[in-house]
Design a binder for this molecule. Structure first.
Ligand SMILES: *Cc1c(COP(=O)(O)O)cnc(C)c1O
Length: 383
């Protein structure tokens, strides 16, 4: 059997045809596929606006820019995430304050967040970046009520969680990125994520002003919008009104992303089915802790994670047997860069304990029954 990676994209003939169609067309970038992808993605999330960008990290940076994050501002995020969740705000000079995770959900502990906010004497905390880690949606309704009390914005990093949702207190299904409670939500289309576009990202929001700023800043801060121009010399005329970037996606990528978005439901269903099979395989084994998922959420299962005491030994054993398990994540505050900014071992006991025990097993829609059985057999054999 070929080694089984922890995650993998699927490319169909339809995906290939949609990319080839762009290659034969007049526009490789700035063409019709980008708004088509944006409109479909906004509809999928239930958001008013969606802006496609070059990758998920650029999406986070654009959020920080649109929210006017400046040196001296403090942004709170979770240590159990990919470092980009924090870095996007560092690019604008924000100080990052980490908040420990809930040991059950592995998401930012909102009670701890509340403590941090109530104890803050500086008044410099401007916003919160939450992460729907592994595909588990954050309860943004609860977060919104906390954030509103302290006048904070919310950015939701949903790179793991397109299609995930929770049921709010009114019984409404809150899909990640629907714009109801978070100000801005970001997604990634890196091939290891649900939707592969090569590279790519998306920002969804219901806020027209933020959307307008983001679309301007992703293309050099340039506008042709008459309301923003100081004058108008003619049809060619544009002005650069802010220092923006080139964070555009291409039509080639948008076509691939759009084609993949068409299969998102089957993708999510298969991931949930795989998780169920893993859970059934492991639930009797007292050495293996499986995820404890609340009943009123729909998990997107970007990752399937178990927690074990002999994590390093199991990792080595699985790799020797062709199961390329991974670790998500080394806590961000323990990275040398963030240590230099003052964080150290012992700061976040829940995150650090979780890191010692976590292991991500192969999770992707094209994982075969045979591969799945093999992974479960090998894990159980180790014990
Ligand atoms: C993948 C990922 C990102 C960054 O996305 P890129 O498209 O790779 O830049 C940000 N946050 C999280 C949680 C991610 O998993």
């Amino acid at each position: 059997m070929k080694p089984i990676p922890y995650g993998k994209h699927t490319i169909t003939e339809e995906d290939i045809d949609s990319v080839v169609e762009v290659l034969r067309s007049d526009f490789l970038t700035q063409g019709p596929k980008i708004p088509e992808f944006e409109n479909s993605f906004a509809e999928f999330c239930g958001a008013r606006y969606a802006a496609a960008v070059s990758n998920g990290t650029a999406a986070l940076h654009l959020c920080a820019l649109a929210l006017d994050v400046k040196p001296g501002d403090v942004v709170v995020t979770t240590p159990i995430t990919f470092v980009a969740s924090a870095n996007g705000f560092r690019y604008c000079g924000a100080e990052i304050k980490f908040c420990d995770i809930d040991p059950v959900t592995k998401l930012m502990d909102l009670d701890k967040l509340e403590e941090i906010l109530s104890e803050d004497q500086t008044g410099r905390i401007k916003g919160v970046v939450v992460v729907d880690f592994a595909g588990y949606p954050v309860n943004t309704e609860k977060l919104r009520s906390i954030a509103d009390r302290y006048g904070l914005w919310i950015v939701e990093d949903a790179c793991h969680a397109p299609g995930a949702y929770f049921i709010d207190s009114k019984g409404e299904k809150i899909k990640c990125g629907n714009g109801k409670y978070a100000d801005l939500t970001v997604f990634s289309f890196h091939p290891v994520k649900h939707i592969a576009a090569g590279e790519g990202g998306m920002i969804t929001t219901n806020n027209a002003g933020l959307y307008e700023k983001i679309t301007r800043l992703r293309t050099h801060g340039i506008t042709k919008n008459n309301e923003l121009l100081s004058k108008n010399d003619g049809g060619w005329y544009y002005e650069m009104v802010d220092l923006g970037y080139n964070y555009r996606i291409t039509d080639i990528q948008a076509a691939l992303g759009l084609s993949q978005l068409g299969r998102i439901k089957a993708n999510l269903d298969r991931r949930n089915a795989v998780a169920q099979i893993y859970n059934d395989g492991f639930k009797e084994n007292e050495n293996i802790t499986i995820g404890n998922i609340s009943k009123d959420i729909f998990h997107a299962y970007h990752l399937y994670i178990i927690e074990v005491k002999e994590r390093k030994e199991l990792y080595d054993y699985l790799h020797a047997n062709g199961v390329l398990a991974q670790i998500h994540y080394i806590p961000a505050h323990l990275m040398p860069y963030y240590r230099r900014l003052g964080w150290s071992e012992g700061d976040f006991p829940n995150a650090e304990r979780y890191y010692q025990q976590c292991l991500s097993l192969p999770m992707f829609p094209s994982l075969t029954e045979e591969e799945l059985k093999y992974v479960i057999k090998k894990v159980l054999k180790f014990y």
